[in-house]
Design a protein around this ligand. Structure first.
Ligand code: PEP
Ligand code: MG
Length: 558
C-alpha cells in the first residue's frame, strides 16, 4: 500500500525517504521522529506458578482488576472534562471488558489449568480474544481488538506494579511513530506534546483517528513496517494533506515543504475569513455546505468553519459505546449537547445506522455471513421499532430548539421509507406541529435506480457515496485488499447521481459521503444537479472557497 523512494545523490545514512500512507487527520508538521514500539510484544514464555499459589494469583488478579477499574473511572472523568463526554464512553467500555464474566472465567481457568501467574494468564487469554476480533473483517470489530489490547496492557502493568503510561515520557513536540494507538494512549497526546502521529494500523473511523482529528494533530496511517523503515531521531516533514512523510529531507525538499505549508496556512486563513459567507458559484448558484458530525466537538469545529448547517449527524456514535440503549431523555441530552452551536440552522439527523460494521453490543452478536448485505440501517429499525421510536420521541422533545431534518440510512425498497413515514406520522399525530422533513440516503444501487418510487415518501435525497461505492463495486470499504475496486469518483457513481436527478428533477439533492469533500470533483457533482454538500467539519471553509471558483459549463440545473 505504501511506497518508499530512495534518492541516490546523498550519503546512505542521511538518504531521504519518502513514505506514503493514508490521511487520518489533516495538517502539516515537522520535527524529530520518536519511535514507540507497540504496547504489547509477542507473547513471551509463560511464567509458571505452583499449585499452592493459585489462590494467591486469583487474589492478585482481583486486586489488579479493581485497581484498573478505578483508574478507568478517573480517566473517563478526565477525558470527559478535557475532551468530550462521548469519548469518555470508551473507558466505560473498557470497564465492561474487565467485568465480562466469560473473560474472567477464562482467566481463572488459565491460572488453574496451566499453572501460570496472573500476568501470564492475562497475556495469553487477552491475546486469544484480541486475535478473534482482529481476524474479523469489520473495522469496528478490529477496534474492539484494540480495546482488549489496551485493557490487557493496563492489567499486566498493574500486576507488575507499573503505573506510568509510556507516552507520558515522549519528547516534547516529536513526531510519534508507533504501530497503532490504543484509545487510552491518545489521552496523552495533547497538542503540546506531539507534532504529528504516524501509524501502521488505524482506519479513519478508529478511536485514534477520532482523537487525533479532535485534537488537531496531523496523523497518517497505513505505513507498512513502520518501525523498521523509519529511523529513530531523524528529522521529518509530515504533509498530512497528501499523506506523505519525508524523512531526512534535503534542502530542496525542505523548501518545497515549507512553501506547501505556507500555502496551506494562507489558504486556510483566507477560507476561514470568508467562512460564514455563502458559497456562491461564478454562475450565481448558492450551494449549501454543511458538516458531518458525530459529537459536540465536531459541531464546534463545524461552526468555526462556517458550516451552513449539519448535513449528517451520525447518531450511532452515541449508541456504539453503550451497553444498553439510551432512553429518549438521554438521547435528548446528547443531541442537544451536539447540536447547540447550530440553533437556527438546518440540522440533519440520520436515524440510527447500525449493523454491518457497526454492531450494537445490546442487540447481541448477529452472526451474519455477510453483514454488509445483512441487517443494517433502516432494516434494523424495521426489526426493532422501539429503537426508531426512542429517536422520534427525542426529535419531538427538541422540536422547538432545532430545525431538525431526518435522514433514513440504507434504503433499498420503497417499503423502507413507507415504514419510517408511517412511524413519523403516527408519532406526530395530534401534535400541533408538522413532522420534520424526511430524506432518503441514496447509498445502494437499488435506491438510485428507483428514485422515482422512493420520491413520494421523502422531501430530499442525500448520496452516501461511501456505501454507494461499496455496493456498486462490490468492494468492502474497510478491506484494503480490494481498495483498487473502491472507485468512489468513478464515472459510474456520477452516472447514478445524474440518473437520480433526471428521474426526480425537483428533488433537492445532496452528497454526504467522503466524495463531497474532494475539491477535484466539486464542479462535477454540482453539474450533476447536487446543490448541497456535507463534509468533515474541518473541510467546510476550504470547500466553500473552492465552490466560489466553480463555473458550471452547462446550463445550471435547479
Ligand atoms: C456514506 O455511506 O457515504 C455515508 C455518508 O454514511 P456512512 O459513511 O456513515 O456509512
Ligand atoms: Mg453509509
Amino acid at each position: 500500500m505504501s511506497k518508499l523512494t530512495h534518492t541516490s545523490s546523498e550519503p546512505e545514512q542521511h538518504q531521504p525517504l519518502i513514505v506514503q500512507g493514508t490521511t487520518i487527520s489533516p495538517g502539516f508538521a515537522h520535527g524529530v521522529l520518536h519511535l514507540q514500539p507497540g504496547s504489547l510484544g509477542p507473547i513471551d514464555a509463560p511464567e509458571h506458578n505452583s499449585e499452592h499459589n493459585v489462590e494467591e494469583e486469583f487474589h492478585r488478579l482481583d486486586q489488579a482488576t479493581a485497581k484498573i477499574s478505578d483508574d478507568l473511572m478517573l480517566l473517563a472523568g478526565r477525558v470527559e472534562k478535557e475532551i468530550d463526554a462521548h469519548l469518555a464512553e470508551v473507558f466505560g467500555v473498557h470497564r465492561q471488558i474487565l467485568e465480562d464474566s466469560a473473560l474472567r472465567e477464562e482467566l481463572r481457568k488459565e491460572i488453574v489449568e496451566n499453572l501460570v501467574t496472573a500476568g501470564s494468564a492475562v497475556k495469553s487469554v487477552f491475546l486469544r480474544w484480541e486475535t478473534r476480533f482482529l481476524l474479523m473483517e469489520s473495522a469496528m470489530a478490529r477496534e474492539k481488538g484494540d480495546d482488549l489490547r489496551d485493557v490487557s496492557l493496563r492489567l499486566r502493568n498493574a500486576l507488575a506494579g507499573i503505573t506510568v503510561h509510556p507516552l507520558e515520557a515522549i519528547p516534547e513536540d516529536c513526531i510519534l511513530v508507533t504501530p497503532r494507538l490504543l484509545p487510552s494512549d491518545t489521552v496523552f497526546l495533547g497538542r503540546r506534546k506531539t507534532a504529528a502521529v504516524l501509524l501502521e494500523f488505524g482506519t479513519t473511523g478508529s478511536h485514534a483517528a477520532l482523537f487525533a482529528r479532535q485534537m488537531g494533530i496531523p496523523c497518517i496511517s497505513g505505513i507498512a513496517h513502520i518501525m523498521s523503515r523509519l529511523p529513530e531521531a531523524a528529522g521529518a516533514l509530515v504533509n498530512a494533506q497528501k499523506a506523505v512523510v519525508t524523512v531526512n529531507p534535503n534542502r530542496a525538499m525542505q523548501a518545497v515543504f515549507s512553501k506547501q505549508e505556507k500555502d496551506y496556512s494562507r489558504m486556510l486563513r483566507s477560507a476561514k475569513a470568508n467562512a460564514t459567507k455563502r458559497a456562491i458559484t461564478q454562475d450565481g448558484i448558492t450551494i449549501h455546505v454543511k458538516a458531518n458530525v458525530g459529537c459536540a466537538q465536531d459541531s464546534l469545529t463545524a461552526q468555526d468553519n462556517g458550516a451552513d448547517g449539519i448535513g449528517l449527524y451520525r447518531l450511532e456514535q452515541f449508541y456504539i459505546g453503550r451497553s444498553n440503549p439510551p432512553c429518549s431523555e438521554e438521547l435528548v441530552t446528547e443531541i442537544r449537547h451536539t447540536l447547540t452551536p447550530f440553533k437556527g440552522k438546518p440540522v440533519c439527523l440520520r436515524l440510527l445506522d447500525v449493523g454491518s460494521d457497526k454492531p450494537l453490543p445490546f442487540i447481541g452478536f448477529m452472526a451474519e455471513t455477510n453483514p454488509a448485505l445483512g441487517r443494517r440501517g433502516v432494516r434494523l429499525m424495521r426489526e426493532y421499532p422501539e429503537l426508531l421510536n426512542t429517536q422520534l420521541q427525542a426529535v419531538i422533545a427538541l422540536r422547538e430548539e432545532f430545525e431538525i431534518e431526518l435522514l433514513v440510512p440504507m434504503v433499498t425498497l420503497p417499503q423502507d421509507l413507507r415504514f419510517i413515514r408511517e412511524a413519523l406520522t403516527k408519532q406526530f399525530a395530534g401534535l400541533n406541529f408538522a413532522a420534520p422533513k424526511l430524506g432518503a440516503m441514496i447509498e445502494t444501487p437499488a435506491a438510485a435506480l428507483s428514485a422515482r418510487l422512493l420520491s413520494p415518501y421523502v422531501d430530499f435525497m442525500s448520496f452516501g457515496t461511501n456505501d454507494l461505492t461499496q455496493y456498486t463495486f462490490a468492494a468492502d470499504r474497510e478491506n484494503a485488499a480490494v481498495e483498487g475496486y473502491f472507485k468512489d469518483s468513478s464515472e459510474v457513481i456520477f452516472r447514478l447521481i445524474t440518473m437520480v436527478h433526471s428521474d426526480v428533477p425537483s428533488m433537492p439533492l445532496s452528497v454526504c459521503g467522503e466524495l463531497a469533500g474532494r475539491k477535484a470533483h466539486t464542479a462535477k457533482l454540482l453539474q450533476c444537479g447536487v446543490r448541497s454538500l456535507s463534509v468533515a467539519a474541518p473541510l467546510v471553509a476550504l470547500l466553500k472557497e473552492a465552490i466560489r471558483g466553480v463555473k458550471l459549463d452547462n446550463k445550471p440545473m435547479g
